[in-house]
Design a protein around this ligand. Sequence first.
Ligand SMILES: [Zn+2]
Length: 114
Amino acid sequence: MTISNLEESAATLLLRSPRLSVSLVLELLDISDPEFREMIRQNSTLSALLEQRRKGELTFKEPELSACPGCGDWFIPYAAARYCSDECHKMAIIESDRRRSSRSRIVAPFAGIS
Ligand SMILES: [Zn+2]
């Protein structure tokens, strides 16, 4: 069984985030332990990265993964983007509009009292 370069670079990218554990990264990418060991053996960037993690030297923050508040998917935010996609952002706006209008309906009966 071979690991694609894509999985390897994805693993390297994800493991740069100090907030993600190795086991979580393997789970996210569906990589088995033997596959991961093989990856480390062949990829010096990855093995150096793991050594850094082990020593707690992982201090740089970029790129940092965020969970999209819309769909819950992990993504790498571009600039200050909070959502993984325009679709999720639009959904969130619709959702907050809906909440705001239902809140104002509840508040409305009291509006005339004061
Ligand atoms: Zn999303």
